[in-house]
Design a protein around this ligand. Structure first.
Ligand code: HDD
Length: 720
């Protein structure tokens, strides 16, 4: 292979060097110049009580560095968590793409994945109602490929020129910087009410998808239609999907708000701990392929990012899986400094003309320049490709590479012609030669004008409980608004999605449903575009798409689920231990929670170690509750208001609750007991609602695997 060794970035060498200077493990404390430090406790002073001397370079260096430790947070997706892992191909895609990492089944490609919320600041809560970012950097042998997607398959706007408006509207309002990490405020809904194209994504954002139980339990989507290009320069359209092996699961809105207070790092901790305990998160990777000849066969435009391709129309083909198996060593160096870009592609993957994607291609490098401070951000270890880098780019702030030699231009003879251009057959990237012959226009295609039919498809595809949650989410969000006309405009828009949805939301807000046509056109500024692209009436054949509901998701495992065991002195050790062992054997994690830390004395006198007290534990941080036998324990806990609250909350949030023997007395004092046990319902019915009395561990495990018993909301009149 033709190469110039001199111009090569030696990744390994630089990493080693970085470790030598930065790790400091087992070494003496030094200054940044490598000088050993003798005293890091006291600054240099003129006398014991004297003024600090300007001469103290050690103090100056330490404080100066500290003063500059913060970098601008991401303008969006500021709060995130990431991990290392790998992608393993199971089905060759060689028919469609020449991308090397998608050729041979069994090929493993290192990845780093970062998950994020969109609107909140770096220090905001994980459980905000929000779309989640799902970005994966594949370190392929041909260079880095970034798939920068979200956990919902569609986007709020159709053209990148609207992105700053969308984000200004959703971020805290500029006059008072409120509210943080929340869309429930006037500016966001004002924008939405004037932007009908946002309605499909709004339906997703108001659904439980916006409240994941875990980052490990959410789907990911590339959102845009991309292109695969094969060796013969033939292209197909492709949409990318990540499907979590543990299924797609969410928490309830009341729960999400409480988790934000009890543990704002809930998702970050969950991801970290799962990896630390060897429960590596896994996603299957899938593609939907559309032949070029079929580009116009759908009742929506493939280039419109507010539309998905229903899986019933084009099935998702699973072609590999991603496993995250290593936590970062250093949050800042890796998770914070990683720089994604939808324009980081490899040969065989190309762009479609989706106007949102096209605009993104500009934004990402631009933002890294101000966020990471230099055009050399690709040299930060987490951003370096494993493929060697040779080019004539030089210098700039914080340049790491020491390029040797006289030549920094092309063509040249001084460097022996190096580095050479690669032909397509040598892996050189060649853009797909799509024919474009067009006039310059500032307009939007008519084929993008259907704003509501997929919003309706989404709503119709939800289970009854999911629909109820959507209604309540709208009632909550719109209920927080201060401007009545915005509220009314949104409800008017909802009538276009589903009349019953609009009526129910209106009822909760105490307003009348107004005429949609009027609503959509009134109060729209004269220069506002939306009225010019009012909706096209499309009547898709597909009325329901099962893949859009979480109700039918995978429910076959309790791996990594958190189970609370409430106990006090006098607990029956056998009853406690037998269930604990069975749950742990099935992969769950159990915590014994009592009124104090330390030990409790079992009925037989044995000491049992307590994991958490009622002060530090919270019902919302667990997936299920077990109340073991033991008359004294149950009686002591009935006098413990926190224990009763714990069970009541688990009941309200529709979680599985099991009681053994005397544990049932405790249950009797709670809403769960009152609603179910005391109404003398048949035992079968208790089970159907996830309340288990004296049932075996297998039955409890099945109930936990069910995730939630949303039926309880209606049957027992509780609102999760
Ligand atoms: Fe974006 C970050 C996903 C539209 C401009 N975006 C960012 C991240 C994700 C997405 C997951 C965080 C990456 C990370 O973890 O570092 N963005 C999307 C998706 C979109 C989308 C799925 C639509 C389909 N984004 C979009 C548009 C623009 C941007 C239309 C601008 C024209 N996005 C950015 C950005 C960010 C970003 C300002 C902020 C931090 C960063 O890039 O690195 O450039």
């Amino acid at each position: 292979m033709r190469t110039t060794k001199k111009a090569e970035t030696d990744n390994t060498k630089t990493v080693d060097l970085a470790q030598n200077t930065e790790s400091g493990q087992g070494e003496f404390l030094t200054t940044n110049q490598g000088l050993r430090i003798n005293d890091d406790q006291n600054s240099l002073k003129a006398g014991e009580r004297g003024a600090t001397l300007l001469e103290d370079f050690q103090l100056r260096e330490k404080i100066t560095h500290f003063d500059h430790e913060r970098i601008p947070e991401r303008i969006v997706h500021a709060r995130g968590s990431g991990a290392h892992g790998y992608f393993e191909l199971s089905e060759s895609m060689s028919q469609y793409t020449k991308a090397k990492f998608l050729q041979t089944p069994g090929t493993r490609t290192p990845v780093f994945a970062r998950f994020s919320t969109v609107a909140g600041s770096r220090g905001s809560s994980d459980l905000a109602r929000d779309v989640r970012g799902f970005a994966v950097k594949f370190y392929t042998e041909e260079g880095n490929y970034d798939l920068v997607g979200n956990n919902v398959p569609v986007f709020f706007i159709q053209d990148a020129i609207k992105f700053p408006d969308l984000i200004h509207a959703v971020k805290p309002e500029p006059n008072n910087e409120m509210p943080q990490a929340a869309s429930a405020h006037d500016t966001f809904w004002d924008f939405v009410s004037l932007t009908p194209e946002s309605m499909h994504t709004i339906m997703w954002a108001m659904s439980d998808r916006a409240l994941p139980r875990s980052l490990r339990m959410m789907e990911g989507f590339g959102v845009h239609t991309f292109r695969f290009v094969n060796e013969n320069n033939e292209s197909v359209f492709v949409k990318f999907h990540w499907k979590p092996v543990l299924g797609v699961h969410s928490v309830a809105w009341d729960e999400a708000q409480k988790i934000s207070g009890k543990d704002s790092d809930f998702h970050r901790r969950d991801l970290w701990e799962a990896i630390e305990t060897g429960n590596f998160p896994e996603w299957n990777f899938g593609v939907q392929i559309v032949e070029e000849k079929d580009e116009f066969k759908f009742d929506f435009d493939l280039l419109d990012p507010t539309k998905l391709i229903p899986e019933e129309i084009v099935p998702v083909q699973i072609i590999g899986k991603m496993v995250l198996n290593r936590n970062p060593e250093n949050f800042f160096a890796e998770t914070e400094q990683i720089a994604f870009h939808p324009g980081h592609v490899v040969s065989g993957i190309d762009f479609s003309n989706d106007p949102l994607l096209q605009g993104r291609l500009f934004s990402y490098t631009d933002t890294q320049l101000s966020r990471l401070g230099s055009p050399n951000f690709h040299e930060i270890p987490i951003n370096r490709p494993i493929a060697p880098v040779h080019n004539n780019q030089r210098d700039g702030h914080m340049r790491q590479t020491i390029n040797e030699g006289q030549s920094s231009y092309h063509p040249n003879t001084t460097g022996g012609g190096c580095p050479f251009q690669a032909k397509a057959a040598e892996g050189g990237f060649v853009s797909y030669n799509e024919q474009i012959d067009a006039r310059k226009v500032r307009t939007r295609s008519q084929s993008f004008f259907d704003h509501f039919s997929q919003a309706t498809l989404f709503f119709n595809s939800q289970s009854e409980a999911e629909k109820n949650h959507i209604v309540n989410a709208f009632r909550f969000e719109l209920g927080k608004l201060e401007t009545a006309s915005i509220r009314e405009r949104v409800v008017g828009m909802l009538t276009k999605v589903d009349k019953e949805l609009a009526a129910r939301v209106a009822e909760g807000l105490g307003i009348q449903v107004s005429q949609p046509e009027q609503d959509l056109n009134q109060n729209i500024p004269a220069d506002g575009d939306p009225k010019d692209y009012q909706s096209l009436n499309v009547h898709p054949e597909l009325k329901i798409s099962k893949a859009l509901s979480m109700a039918g998701t995978v429910k076959d495992s309790i791996k990594t689920r958190q189970i609370a065991i409430l106990a006090a002195d006098g607990v029956d050790e056998n009853s406690l231990n037998a269930m604990k062992k069975a749950l742990e054997a099935a992969g769950a994690q159990t915590k014994i929670i009592a009124s104090h830390l330390g030990f409790i004395a079992a009925e037989n006198g044995n000491q049992i170690i307590v994991d958490q007290s009622f002060l530090t534990a919270a019902s919302v941080l667990f997936d299920a509750v077990y109340l073991p036998d033991g008359a004294k324990s149950a009686s002591l806990l009935t006098d413990e208001p926190d224990a009763i609250d714990f069970i009541n909350e688990a009941f309200k949030h529709c979680k599985a609750i099991a009681a053994d023997g005397a544990g049932a007395y405790l249950l009797d004092l709670t809403a769960a007991g009152n609603k179910i046990r005391n109404e003398n319902k048949a035992e079968k019915e208790h089970m159907a609602y996830g309340i288990l009395l004296n049932r075996n561990s297998k039955e409890f495990i099945n109930a936990i695997a069910n995730h939630r018993f949303w039926e309880r909301e209606k049957a027992c009149n509780v609102l999760a």
